[in-house]
Design a binder for this molecule. Structure first.
Ligand code: ADP
Length: 450
């Protein structure tokens, strides 16, 4: 550890590692401080994929998409409350972010859909595995290859300001007490606050009693540290619940299961919602059921296409049987009803018209290959859409509406990109696109001072 670096990055999730790599490639000497014993943050748990429009992989696969469509669908999903400047920046730089990852050996060329999009736009690893672990592994390899120092068990407590400019941090290494490390710029990439249930329920009292899918380090530290030096926040009460969380373990069940064809049924064995609706609407439909939970139902084809299912089976989340009737029996459900639900679903897939709930995507695969599977799920706290106010240069904005010099932020710690409802796959786009921008912009700032 040195007593000074060009730029200090707080947090080693996707946004932090991306910022560090970009800053290094732009000529800076960065350091990453991570408070947990392991790197990766909540990014490690992310499952669906990375949304990006007009990418080379979409073109190769004959998928027609445009930045305008990506923008409009994200804005509609966020109920028109997304920050237009930030959303434009995200969308317009999404394809180049896919290319950038590809040049680093991180290839997301397996494309699916999540709720709230009309075309396949969610880019996943080619083997269908969860995006988070793959991404963290790839980014970490690039951090190591560039010899960027990454210190774990290093909790940043404060951003230091000198002459109105960010000039370093106070950090506690291994609980040995705080020391000051100085720098020309600071990038906050500390993630959200979904693991701080007190903070969550203070901002959104209706979420009392929900489980959280977040790793324990997601406690909003970066938001509090930046607020202490005058930063503004936006949309703090906009907290996303994810519809498909295994309740006993708080484990998120990936949206890719629905994207690859699964349906949701209630305890009676009947569909009750367009499964590809946005997360807020699917969650509300589950909460409106008398039982307050639902089952994801799928077949061996979905299991083969979504590798995460194997993990869910190992963890004991999945019930399965050779026939639909037998599976229904295990779930305490009427076999004839569930069988009828699947028969009509397969007719819907054949006709491509969902008369019951108007589902328009993920209609490609009938659920017809034994064995059949079920996972019981209900909503859980998942993502905090609000956070630090930034501009499209990833600069942190003060409560006086001015730029705080030398201070940058990227990823879930920021607010504005997603508005009041995040589309699945947009968090990974956010951390890569704005992580890169924070790295590049902090570099040009630091170099302009030299
Ligand atoms: P993002 O998706 O925006 O990159 P993540 O949740 O993946 O966010 O990563 C944020 C990381 O920041 C986590 O690993 C978390 O433990 C770490 N972190 C949070 N607060 C601090 C802090 N005060 N000091 C150092 N690291 C922190």
């Amino acid at each position: 550890l040195k007593d000074s670096y060009d730029v200090i990055i707080i947090g080693s999730g996707g946004a932090g590692m991306t910022a560090a790599i970009s800053a290094k490639d732009a000529g800076l000497n960065p350091v990453i401080f991570e408070k947990m014993p392991v790197h990766g943050g909540n990014t490690m748990k992310s499952s669906a994929g990375m949304n990006a429009s007009a990418t080379k992989f979409q073109a190769e696969q004959g998928i027609t998409d445009s930045n305008e469509l990506f923008y409009n669908e994200t804005l509609a999903g966020g109920k028109n409350t997304n920050d237009p400047e930030l959303l434009h920046y995200l969308v317009d730089n999404s394809a180049s972010a896919i290319d950038w990852l590809d040049t680093m050996g991180i290839t997301l060329n397996n494309i699916t859909v999540t709720g709230g999009m009309s075309v396949n736009r969610t880019h996943r690893p080619s083997d269908g595995s969860a995006v988070g672990q793959y991404l963290v592994k790839g980014l970490y390899a690039n951090v190591m290859e560039r010899e960027i120092p990454l210190f774990v068990n290093s909790e940043v407590k404060e951003v230091v300001v000198t002459d109105d400019k960010a000039s370093g941090v106070k950090v506690d290494f291994n609980n040995e007490g705080e020391i000051t490390v100085s720098s020309d710029a600071v990038i906050i990439a500390t993630g959200g606050f979904g693991a701080d249930l007190e903070m969550v329920t203070e901002l959104a009292p209706q979420l009392e009693g929900y489980v959280t899918t977040n790793q324990p380090g997601s406690t909003g530290d970066g938001i509090k540290m930046a607020q202490a030096i005058g930063a503004a926040v936006v949309d703090m009460d906009q907290i996303q619940i994810h519809p498909t969380v295994h309740q006993e373990s708080s484990y998120l069940i990936t949206e890719a299961i629905r994207g690859e064809g699964a349906i949701l049924v209630n305890q009676q064995g009947e569909r009750f919602v367009n499964e590809m609706e946005t997360r807020d609407n699917v969650s509300a439909a589950i909460n409106a059921l008398e039982e307050g939970y639902a089952y994801l139902i799928f077949d061996a084809g979905v299991k083969d296409r979504v590798k995460a299912v194997n993990t869910y089976i190992e963890k004991g989340f999945v019930q399965s049987d050779e026939t639909i009737e037998a599976l229904a029996g295990q779930l305490g459900m009427d076999g004839a009803t569930l069988a009828q639900t699947l028969t009509s679903w397969n007719e819907t897939v054949a006709s491509q018209v969902d008369g019951a709930f108007n589902r328009q995507t993920a209609l490609n695969n009938p659920l017809a290959t034994a064995p059949y599977y079920a996972i019981q799920i209900a909503p859980g706290i998942h993502h905090t859409m609000g956070g630090l106010k930034i501009n499209s240069n990833a600069q942190v904005i003060s409560t006086e509406d001015t730029v705080i010099e030398g201070l940058y932020a990227a990823g879930e710690v920021t607010g504005g990109v997603h508005g009041s409802n995040r589309i699945g796959g947009n968090a990974v786009a956010d951390i890569i696109v704005f992580g890169r921008q924070a790295g590049v912009q902090s570099a040009s700032y630091v170099q302009s001072k030299e």
